[in-house]
Design a protein around this ligand. Structure first.
Ligand SMILES: [Zn+2]
Length: 135
């Protein structure tokens, strides 16, 4: 009998993701190493010379009909607010769901100090970016 949840065995599907930068009007993408079935490590974004980190992204490879959460998790949203940049999650049907701040530094009161190693947001702007009031 065929499984009603094809591809759901641990390790078959996995998350992918990376970081988004802006430099001189260009968008630059750096990919992170592949993640696991329900997680990916987007810590410590690479420093791209002359570029500004403006967001990160990851996939949720499961399907709603198979019981997966397709949108960003609550943990995704909390983490991105602490990092101080928007997140994008790519879900079923290639829909892109934004979460976290609307743009780099737009939610500074929920961002953490990136210079405190305990905050685990090294390489992200955290509360050092504040774009409130910018047009
Ligand atoms: Zn996620």
């Amino acid at each position: 009998m065929a499984s009603s949840r094809p591809g759901t065995r641990e390790g078959v599907r996995h998350e992918e993701g990376g970081w988004i930068y802006a430099r001189n009007g260009q968008t630059i993408i750096r990919r992170a190493p592949s993640g696991g079935t329900g997680e990916i490590n987007l810590r410590n974004p690479p420093q791209v010379s002359g570029a500004l980190l403006i967001g990160d992204f990851h996939t949720h490879p499961g399907f709603y009909s198979q019981g997966y959460q397709i949108g960003p998790s609550e943990r995704d949203a909390i983490r991105e607010n602490q990092r101080g940049v928007p997140g994008l999650v790519i879900v079923e049907g290639m829909l892109v769901a934004p979460y976290g701040p609307h743009r780099r530094g737009s939610n500074p009161e929920n961002a953490l100090d990136p210079n405190n190693p305990a905050n685990d947001i090294t390489g992200f702007p955290g509360n050092t970016a504040n774009s409130r009031g910018c047009p």
